[in-house]
Design a protein around this ligand. Structure first.
Ligand code: MG
Length: 276
């Protein structure tokens, strides 16, 4: 018997992941509602934390060594891991919020991007909105492929193919998705692009966080002096969308969407099935 924990969860464990998924979803809804011009990224963090606590959870990002906030808030050329601060949101900003909750030892992890309206700069807003939309839709294409995939690498193929069909965008390769369960980040890696290795079998018990990170320019990044924030080297904007998804014997369920992913998957004719 291997001492390594299986990447596949049993049905009881899958059920335990429903509550932290919903708390994570609620935290993103709360952060989105707090996104107004002049709000600070710390305001978004507080709104997200209150939503998680109200549902009996704890922010799992605070369990990461050296990190003290509920969300990562990454603005404009910041891609991921931005630290909430007194920075105020301005018109035209593209803001990515990544959040997670832990309940009874099980984790959720999800992210979205939003463009603050700016009527004075319609072209900038349209470019950033398309970036966010392409990233979000690439996530749904990846989730849809998970529904039929035999191997996990097919998810990355679906994400890459969709993004390439939409224009000239860069898919970050420095950071990828991951398995999720008792730990927020666990095996296997989930690539957002083609890889040679097939990856593990997609079968009941697999739970993954799929999280494409897409940029308008070069995929080169660097880490800012705060030792956390990952920013594009060329200063161009980035978007990040993420969901945690469970594969079970009757289908798939998007744990971090309040509707299980029904709205996002309808275009593929896929109806998500609650975890039995
Ligand atoms: Mg993640």
């Amino acid at each position: 018997m291997s001492l390594r924990r299986s990447i596949y969860k049993n049905p009881a464990q899958l059920r335990l992941m429903v509550a932290p998924g919903l708390a994570t979803a609620a935290s993103l809804v709360a952060a989105r509602a707090a996104m107004v011009i002049g709000a600070t990224t710390l305001d978004l963090d507080a709104a997200a934390e209150a939503a998680i606590v109200a549902l009996g959870g704890k922010p799992n990002f605070k369990l990461e060594e050296g990190y003290h906030h509920t969300v990562c808030a990454s603005v404009n050329d910041d891609v991921v891991h931005g630290i909430p601060s007194a920075r105020r949101l301005g018109a035209g900003d593209i803001v990515s919020i990544d959040s997670g909750a832990i309940i009874e030892g099980w984790n959720g992890d999800a992210a979205f991007s939003y463009v603050i309206p700016d009527p004075s700069r319609p072209e900038l807003v349209a470019e950033r909105q398309k970036l966010s939309d392409v990233t979000e839709q690439s996530l749904w294409h990846g989730i849809a492929r998970l529904h039929t995939a035999r191997h996990l690498n097919e998810v990355g193929e679906a994400i890459e193919d969709y993004i390439e069909s939409q224009g000239t965008y860069g898919i970050l390769t420095d950071y990828v998705g991951h398995g999720i369960g008792r730990s927020m980040h666990e095996a296997p890696p989930v690539f957002n692009y083609r890889v040679r290795q097939k990856g593990p079998d997609v079968k009941p018990g697999l739970v993954v966080a799929i999280e494409p990170m897409v940029v308008l320019g070069s995929i080169d990044t660097y880490t800012r002096d705060d030792d956390w924030t990952v920013a594009t080297s060329d200063g161009k904007a980035a978007a990040h969308w993420e969901h945690s998804i469970a594969v079970h014997k009757d289908g798939i369920w998007v744990l971090t969407a309040e509707d299980g992913g029904a709205a996002g998957l309808a275009q593929f004719g896929i109806i998500p099935v609650p975890i039995p």
